[in-house]
Design a protein around this ligand. Structure first.
Ligand code: HPA
Length: 247
């Protein structure tokens, strides 16, 4: 069987990869517990591609309950070496309005209480992985080239701030994140990116901006309907982007 060329982790609003041909659902456990659901492995642009819905296929897992360790372990065990993580986010700064697709190059972790390492004192070893560039530069370059080749509008760069959720942020929290240098805010970017680095997986985050973060566009309330509608619009670019990335 040929290798898995790419694993895609889908976020809120992306529970299936419709373009995946002849997908096979692979259920399985890991030493870290159960992943969010089956890994669906099929063909896209003639290559083997894996897809995993981060929140479960019925979106039953909130961000702080996702078993990030099991998800990445399972993808690696199945042979994936490159992961494109799709994350639904709120936009904070000007370039990152609703429906924008972005490829951040930095992150700040505001999450707490999540199991954030495979080196948890269980096996004796402690590992301090380099994380200066949290997203794999070579994979980012490939995604940018694929966006250019497929005519996909993609904002290059930006800092992703990972919050705990599941509630949305206060205006003051977003104002602080803006001062910190965050452009985007989401609830699932960490510990996923750090765990991918620990496993030696290439990893990049494709952020889909669903809404302006709290206080960034007046007093408008953020609704799930708005989030899902904007994710749907922005996700329409995914098939062409993935085809170019795999081609
Ligand atoms: N904040 C945090 N996570 C999000 C948001 C937000 O505004 N929108 C979508 N995911």
């Amino acid at each position: 069987m040929s290798a898995i060329e790419l694993a895609v982790i889908g976020g809120t609003g992306l529970y299936r990869l419709a373009a995946l041909q002849d997908p096979e659902a692979l259920e399985g456990d890991t030493p870290y517990g159960r992943p969010s659901g089956p890994v669906r492995v099929g063909r896209l642009a003639g290559r083997r591609v894996a897809f995993l819905a981060r929140h479960g296929e019925g979106h039953s897992l909130p961000p702080h309950r996702v078993n990030y360790r099991a998800n990445l372990w399972r993808l690696k065990e199945l042979g994936a070496t490159r992961v494109l993580a799709v994350n639904t986010v709120g936009g904070i700064t000007e370039r990152f309005g609703p429906k924008v697709l972005a490829l951040p190059d930095q992150l700040i972790d505001y999450t707490w209480g999540r199991t954030s390492s495979y080196w948890d004192g269980e096996g004796g070893d402690v590992l301090h992985v380099d994380f200066g560039d949290p997203y794999t530069p070579a994979l980012r370059r490939e995604v940018l080239a694929a966006a250019a080749a497929s005519g996909t509008p993609l904002v290059d760069g930006g800092c992703y701030g990972a919050t705990q959720g599941p509630r949305l942020e206060t205006k003051a929290e977003i104002a602080r994140m803006r001062r910190d240098g965050c452009d985007l805010v989401g609830m699932t970017g960490m510990p996923e990116a750090g765990l991918a680095r620990e496993l030696g997986l290439d990893y990049a985050c494709l952020a889909i901006v669903a809404n302006w973060a709290a206080g960034c566009s007046g007093d408008e309330e953020i609704t799930l309907a708005e989030v899902l509608a904007n994710v749907e619009v922005a996700s329409a670019h995914l098939p062409a982007l993935l085809e170019a990335l795999l081609g």
